[in-house]
Ligand binder design. Sequence first.
Ligand SMILES: Nc1ncnc2c1ncn2[C@@H]1O[C@H](COP(=O)(O)OP(=O)(O)OP(=O)(O)O)[C@@H](O)[C@H]1O
Length: 310
Amino acid sequence: MLETVELRKVFKGKTAVEEVSLYLKEGESVGLIGPNGAGKSTTISMISSLLKPTAGDVRLNGQSVIKHPQQLRKVLGVVPQEIALYEELSSYENLKFFGKVYGLKGKELELKIQELLDMVGLRDRQKELIRTYSGGMKRRINIAVALMHDPKIVIMDEPTVGIDPQSRNHILDTVRHLSREKGTTVLYTSHYMEEVEQLCSRMYIMDHGRIIASGTKEELQLILSGEETLLLRLDRQHAEFTEELQTLAAVRQVEETELGLKLIVTKNHQILSRVVQAAERFDVQILNIHIDSPSLEDVFLHLTGRNLRD
Ligand SMILES: Nc1ncnc2c1ncn2[C@@H]1O[C@H](COP(=O)(O)OP(=O)(O)OP(=O)(O)O)[C@@H](O)[C@H]1O
């Protein structure tokens, strides 16, 4: 349905996006995930024709839309990171205004406004001024605005950053509703892996302007199929013990986490006894060991050498 072909963007000699080719099939929800500065917003701006690519193409049903974006604009709804609402108007009045811009009127406009207010869970607050809303509520109305013209394709740029859990849940439910009930095609960018895992059937992982991996959750996990994670809960932190673990041949990565010391190791019968021996040598007590398959966050760490939210 929608695809990008080797998109590239250079800002004053600095490459922000390089060879980004991705596609969305009709009705799919696809994640675009990467840390801050990876190039997600730049990619979205090029897809939605707000920014001209240095090279590459954006195609809707095989037709280039770079020179003639009107066709895509009709079917595309973009939810930007910034809030673009009139603070001194109520959410109802904002939706009415934007609905009219899209050519809606009369009963059709009223029905659409109420449907969207329901969808984002703010029907009972519609008379209140936007300036009295929380950040999360504004974000939800921003989403409703982008949906006023019933777009077939919706692109959301990190819609849940910095908002309260209730608004976050409403936003995630809205995306599910769009996908399941309306068959909307969704491109959802985030740096929260768990959101993309929950909402999307496929994902693209982006870092330093490039797509470095893509596929379903299961396909991406195959990247680390020869490995497993060990989570060690210890009686105390011990820097030398951690360093010692890093020298063990089977250990790929060691990371201090809130839950304990996390190791990504090559599947290996002897690793547990080596870890236990090292703990004895440094007089560290292991309270608990949890063995698991690597998560998508681990895959990301493996591919990029850093955590998504570093
Ligand atoms: N208008 C611009 N002029 C110059 N450099 C820019 C411009 N817009 C983005 N960049 C740079 O391009 C790179 C990619 O930025 P982009 O905003 O696309 O990343 P992102 O993945 O969306 O990150 P974030 O989550 O922070 O929005 C960054 O290094 C950024 O500084």
